[in-house]
Design a protein. Sequence first.
Length: 201
Amino acid sequence: MRRTPEEARTLALASARRLLLAEGPDAITLQAVASDLGMSHTNLIHHFGSAAGLQSELMRQMVSELTTTIESAVMRLRAGKGEVKDFVDIVFDAFDRGGAGRLAAWMALTGESMHLAPIGEVVRDYIDSVERGADAEGDAALIHERVTSATLFVTVAALGDAIIGNELRKMVGRERETVRKLMGALLPAVLAAQPNGSGQS
């Protein structure tokens, strides 16, 4: 079946994503994608230049999708249509089922972390929005510490769970949703925590 250039690119990226999720980044080769789609190796070279070109394009696509997902979650929270638990679920889903966890690890290991810049912009916008929406007479430094702590807490947990959570859960005999539920239960405490140095003596 003859495919248009755009169709061929779309199918190749979908195949590369399946390989990433199933076998990891090392599995994304032009030969593997070509075999999966019944396309010629030469055809893929024409579209992407090399395996590195295909991988870079997949990175850009997945970062764009993750950015959109986080933006949507932020908009729901701003509109009062979501709860903290909803935000936790969205972040965990993006890193696990959406493949963002493997993507972030892949970028870090290959020195391609600069591609994550759009996500950083969305996260910073979210933090700024929460801080602006807080009590105007509140302690700005305390609000900033709480919001950034919560962001780090959820994101690092979601990333770690996506990368090695399955193996760790098997070791300790826990169910798939354990870490997600822990984050949902503990996040309110992080948001209510006292700033550094202000605890009772």
